[in-house]
Design a binder for this molecule. Structure first.
Ligand SMILES: NC(=O)c1ccc[n+]([C@@H]2O[C@H](COP(=O)([O-])OP(=O)(O)OC[C@H]3O[C@@H](n4cnc5c(N)ncnc54)[C@H](OP(=O)(O)O)[C@@H]3O)[C@@H](O)[C@H]2O)c1
Length: 288
């Protein structure tokens, strides 16, 4: 059993699926966990259930809809005020949309939630990550292999103007998660901040219920055959432990428990840098 006694972990999308399972496991390992959820009601329900399953767990709720940058910024400020450090950041919240939708900041909703919100949150917590153990687990997907951030200008994709399908938008956002991880490891490895990305498995979670697109309908049919979210939760916990602290491992990608190579585009350093610089400009932060 992992021992993360006293470590401070922030988990996004913590009320459901992989994030909920990871939260429970981090609590059982002794971490102090901050659950970031967009619905107070769903978040509180999950928190109550986690506490009743693990009495004495140190866990609390922060409510923020990550689709909107102003709300992510307020979340980051609240966390930065309250905490003296962050040891583990699990960027897990994710959406899949079958129709093009725009975020309040004018980005395609999948890109805004799955990539940009986590890019922003990580930067808002950067000083705290540097002070703490400073380890980030970005929950990506094998779908990153279908991602293509070269099919049009990245800004066109990010704004939804190159919309092809929900699957393409999801895959692009998951490719962005992997590129963010490698660039983060490259830029901040010498400052004690490490990062890994993860495919948590093909799991029976609510992500397949989020819309009525054909792939979601198909996946819902197969849900009874899928593993439960705990497979992903355990993979997150394992990566929240020490392996990712090794500079050799930082920046790598795991398919559940196994370290594997990423898609060729995810290994494109120029693309990673371009996405980073654009993301930094879009969130309006002075990042290096
Ligand atoms: N399930 C799979 O087979 C699979 C495979 C590969 C990768 N993944 C990845 O695993 C991660 C977790 O997904 P899951 O499968 O556990 O699905 P899930 O059960 O639907 O969980 C997604 C979580 O993200 C939260 N979320 C969505 N939009 C948000 C927003 N705007 N602001 C704040 N929170 C938001 C959801 O909150 P609500 O409850 O309010 O909706 C929920 O807590 C995602 O990044 C997904 O891409 C999943």
């Amino acid at each position: 059993m992992a021992d993360l006694t006293g470590q401070i972990a922030v988990v996004t999308g913590a009320n459901s699926g992989v994030g909920r399972s990871a939260t429970e496991l981090l609590c059982r390992a002794g971490a102090r966990v901050i659950m970031v959820c967009r619905s107070r009601e769903r978040g509180q329900r999950a928190l109550d259930e986690i506490q009743s399953g693990a009495p004495g767990a140190s866990v609390r709720l922060e409510v923020a809809d990550l689709v909107e940058q102003a709300l992510v910024r307020r979340l980051g400020e609240r966390l930065a005020d309250e905490l003296d450090r962050v040891d583990i950041l699990v960027n897990n919240a994710g959406v899949w949309r079958h129709k093009r939708e725009s975020s309040p900041d004018g980005f395609e909703v999948t890109f805004a939630t799955n990539h940009l919100a986590h890019f922003l949150l990580a930067h808002l917590l950067l000083e705290h990550l540097r002070t703490g153990r400073g380890h980030i687990v970005n929950v990506s997907s094998e779908a990153h292999r279908q991602g293509d951030l070269r099919r049009a200008a990245i800004e066109t994709i990010a704004r939804g103007d190159a919309w092809a399908s929900g699957l393409q938008a999801y895959s692009d956002s998951k490719l962005a998660n992997v590129l963010f991880t490698t660039e983060l490891a490259r830029r901040y490895g010498d400052q004690g901040v490490t990062a890994v990305s993860l495919h948590p498995g093909v799991l029976s979670t609510r992500i397949w219920n989020q819309n009525s697109g054909p792939i979601s309908l198909l996946m819902r049919l197969f849900k009874p055959l899928m593993s439960g979210p705990d497979v992903g939760g355990r993979a997150v916990l394992r990566l929240a432990e020490d392996p990712g602290r090794d500079r050799e491992v930082s920046g790598t990608y795991y398919k559940v428990e196994k370290r594997v190579d990423t898609a060729p585009q995810a290994q494109d350093d120029e693309l990673a840098k371009e996405l980073w610089d654009l993301s930094a400009a879009w969130i309006g932060l002075g990042v290096r």
